[in-house]
Design a protein around this ligand. Structure first.
Ligand SMILES: C[S@@+](CC[C@H](N)C(=O)[O-])C[C@H]1O[C@@H](n2cnc3c(N)ncnc32)[C@H](O)[C@@H]1O
Length: 347
C-alpha cells in the first residue's frame, strides 16, 4: 500500500494568525473613519456600488468616492491575502535578507498590504514605505500605520528595495508588464497578488514569460494548464464582524478569499516542495477530491473509500508528498493524507 502525506500545512495556522493580526489595524481604521456611527445599510449600498464599479473596470477615483466602503470590505481581504503570501515566502523560500530589508508597497490604498508586511517581517525590523496616488487613501494609510507613504504614480518612478509588493495594483497601471519589468531591475523579489479571476491569472502568467515561472505558488515550474483554464487559490479566512455583516446584507459569498499570486525572486531556492493543492476539498458526483498541481501539470487527488480525517483537514495551498506509483497520469487516488507542520523558517 502506498503512503501519502502532506509535507506541510501552513494554511491552518497562518489563517488564524492573520485574522488575529488584522484586528487592531482594522479597529484603528474604523475609528479614524467613524464607522461605528455610520449607518450599516448605507455602507452596504456603497460596497455594492463599489464592487459593481470594480467589476466593470470603472476605476476612476473609486478610492475617493468609496473610501469607507473600500476599507470595510476590501481592506481585510488585502491584509489577509498579503499576510498569507508573505508567510509562505518566509517558510518555503530559501533566501536570506541583508541587514536592511526594504519593502516597497506600491498602490498602498489604506495600507492593508503594508501592514501585513510589517506583521510578517517584524522580526527583521524592515524599512517600509508605500506609494499611493489617491490622497484620501494615502492619508488614511498614514493615520492607521504611521508609516511613510509617498504620493505619486509608481509606474513613473524609479524605486529601489528588496521586496516590491503589488497587491491588486499592478493591473490598474496602463502598462503592467513594462512597470513590473522596471521594478524587477531594482528589487530582489516581486510579489504580485491579483483577484482570483482569469485576468489576474493571465497577468501573472504573462509576467512569468518575462521573468521566469514564479517560485510561489508554482515552485518554479512552468504552468501547463490549457489556454482556456486558469488557476487561483481559495482560502477560508476569518473576516472581521463588520465585513461579515456587510457580506450577509449583500448576499455575497465570501466563504473563501479567492486570489491569484506570483512571487518572483532572484537568487532564491525552495526549502521544500511537493504536489501543490490548488483547491479546497471538492465533493461532487459521489467523489471527494482536490485539484492539484504536480510540476506545473494539473492533476486530481481523489479519496479512495471514506475520507479520513487528514484528507478532510487538508487545505488549498498545502503541499503533499507521495510514495509509490501514480495510478493514472492525471489522477492520484489516496487512502488518506497525513498532516505535518513545517517549522517556521528563520529568513
Ligand atoms: C485595489 S487597491 C489595493 C490597495 C492595497 N494594495 C490593498 O491590498 O488593499 C489599488 C490601489 O492602487 C492605487 N494605484 C493604482 N495605480 C497606481 C499607480 N500607478 N501609482 C500609485 N498608486 C496606484 C489605487 O489608487 C488604489 O489605492
Amino acid at each position: 500500500m502506498r503512503t501519502q502525506y502532506s509535507s506541510y500545512t501552513l494554511t491552518e495556522e497562518c489563517l488564524e494568525r492573520a485574522g488575529e493580526a488584522l484586528i487592531p489595524w482594522f479597529e484603528k481604521g474604523k475609528e479614524v473613519l467613524g464607522l461605528e456611527e455610520y449607518p450599516l445599510r448605507r455602507l452596504a449600498g456603497e460596497v455594492a456600488e463599489l464592487s459593481s464599479a470594480l467589476i466593470k473596470g470603472k476605476r476612476e477615483d473609486y478610492m475617493g468616492k468609496y473610501l469607507r466602503a473600500y476599507f470595510s470590505y476590501f481592506f481585510p481581504q488585502g491584509f489577509l491575502k498579503t499576510y498569507f503570501v508573505l508567510c509562505e515566502m518566509k517558510k518555503i523560500l530559501d533566501l536570506s535578507w541583508g541587514k536592511n530589508l526594504k519593502i516597497n508597497d506600491l498602490g498602498t490604498g489604506p495600507g492593508a498590504s503594508l501592514l501585513a508586511a510589517r506583521e510578517v517581517f517584524s522580526h527583521l525590523n524592515p524599512s517600509l514605505s508605500g506609494i499611493e496616488k489617491n490622497r484620501q487613501a494615502l492619508e488614511l494609510a498614514r493615520k492607521i500605520s504611521g508609516e511613510k507613504i509617498l504620493p505619486g504614480d509608481f509606474s513613473k518612478m524609479k524605486i529601489h528595495g528588496e521586496i516590491a509588493l503589488l497587491v491588486s495594483s499592478l493591473s490598474e497601471t496602463r502598462f503592467p508588464l513594462k512597470t513590473a519589468a522596471k521594478l524587477w531591475e531594482n528589487h530582489r523579489c516581486l510579489v504580485v497578488i491579483e483577484p482570483g479571476w482569469a485576468q489576474g491569472y493571465s497577468l501573472v502568467m504573462n509576467l512569468a514569460k518575462r521573468l521566469g515561472p514564479p517560485l510561489l505558488p508554482c515552485g518554479g515550474y512552468r504552468c501547463k494548464l490549457e489556454e482556456d483554464d486558469w488557476c487561483h487559490v481559495a482560502l477560508p479566512f476569518a473576516l472581521p464582524p463588520l465585513t461579515l455583516r456587510l457580506n450577509s446584507l449583500l448576499r455575497h459569498k465570501l466563504k473563501y478569499l479567492k486570489f491569484t499570486y506570483g512571487v518572483f525572486c532572484k537568487n532564491a531556492g525552495l526549502k521544500t516542495w511537493g504536489v501543490r493543492l490548488r483547491s479546497p476539498l471538492i465533493k461532487e458526483k459521489g467523489k471527494t477530491y482536490f485539484l492539484a498541481c504536480s510540476g506545473g501539470k494539473p492533476i486530481r487527488i481523489e479519496q479512495r473509500g471514506r475520507p479520513g480525517g487528514g484528507f478532510l483537514r487538508a487545505n488549498c495551498c498545502d503541499l503533499v508528498e507521495f510514495e509509490g506509483n501514480e495510478i493514472s497520469p492525471s489522477v492520484f487516488r489516496v487512502e488518506d493524507i497525513k498532516i505535518k507542520t513545517l517549522k517556521e523558517g528563520a529568513g
